[in-house]
Design a protein around this ligand. Structure first.
Ligand code: ADE
Length: 225
C-alpha cells in the first residue's frame, strides 16, 4: 500500500512515523508513506498557500491551486482509490472504515489548516471526508497520523501475530478484555485465577465474558449495532 500525505507541515509526521509499528512496516516495505509539502506547489515567490476569505471573516483559507497542482502531480503517476480530506465535518472514523481503507492500494490524505480549504477542492477533487471525532484540532495533520496508524497496523504482515489486529477492541463490536502480566501477585493485587489455570477453553470463555461485560458497562450502544 502507498499513502501520500499533503500538508504544509510535513515535519510533524517524522516523529510519529519513525517509531514502533509504522516504523517497522516502512522498514519491511509493507507500506510506503510519502509526505508532500503543499508549499512546494505554490506558484508565487512567497510560496503562498492561503488567502483571505471571500465575504470577509476571520482566518485564512487554503487556496485551490497549490493543492490541485500537488494532487495532479500524484494522480498523473498512478490511480488513487480515494483522495481523503481530514475534517471535523467528515464521516466519523470507525473500525469498519479503517478495515475498508486498508484494502486499497493508493490513498491520498489531505490535511487542511487555518479556517479551512476552498470548498471547490472538496467539491471537485476530494472523494471522501473523514473526521476522527467531534472536537476541533488545529489542523488535519494529527487526524492523518491517526488514520495512517489505524490503517497500517491492519496490513498483512505488519503485526507480528497475524491474528492480533482481529482481536482488537471494536473488530467484533466488543471492547477488549483486561490483560495481565507478571507478577501474578503484586502487593496483594492478584491476577484472576482462571488466567493462571492453563485451561484454554475456560480462559477463552472468561475473556469473552469480560469483553461483553466491559462493553455493556462502557459502550452499551456497540452491542446494538
Ligand atoms: N481537522 C480538525 N479537526 C479534525 C477532526 N476532529 N477530524 C479530522 N480532521 C480534523
Amino acid at each position: 500500500m502507498r499513502i501520500d500525505i499533503l500538508t504544509i507541515f510535513p515535519e510533524m509526521f517524522r516523529g510519529p512515523f519513525s517509531h514502533s509499528i509504522i516504523k517497522r512496516a516502512l522498514e519491511k516495505k509493507l507500506v510506503e508513506i510519502h509526505l508532500h509539502d503543499i508549499r512546494d506547489h505554490a506558484t508565487d515567490k512567497h510560496r503562498r498557500v492561503d488567502d483571505y476569505p471571500f465575504g470577509g471573516g476571520a482566518g485564512m483559507v487554503m487556496m485551490i491551486e497549490p493543492i490541485e497542482r500537488c494532487i495532479n502531480s500524484l494522480t498523473k503517476e498512478r490511480d488513487y482509490q480515494e483522495i481523503i480530506f481530514m475534517t471535523p465535518d467528515g464521516e466519523p472514523l470507525g473500525q469498519p472504515l479503517c478495515n475498508h481503507l486498508s484494502t486499497h492500494k493508493n490513498l491520498i490524505l489531505l490535511c487542511g489548516h487555518y479556517k479551512g480549504i476552498d470548498q471547490r477542492i472538496r467539491d471537485h477533487l476530494v472523494t471522501k471526508e473523514i473526521s476522527i471525532g467531534d472536537y476541533v484540532l488545529s489542523g488535519g495533520e494529527i487526524p492523518a497520523m491517526v488514520l495512517t496508524d489505524a490503517i497500517v497496523r491492519l496490513l498483512p504482515g505488519v503485526l507480528g501475530d497475524e491474528t492480533s489486529a482481529l482481536s482488537d477492541s471494536f473488530q467484533d463490536n466488543l471492547l477488549s478484555p483486561p490483560v495481565y502480566t507478571r507478577p501474578a501477585d503484586y502487593k496483594g493485587w492478584k491476577v484472576p485465577d482462571v488466567l493462571l489455570s492453563g485451561h484454554d477453553r475456560r480462559i477463552t470463555e472468561w475473556r469473552y465474558e469480560q469483553a461483553l461485560r466491559r462493553t455493556r458497562e462502557r459502550r452499551p450502544g456497540l452491542l446494538d449495532e
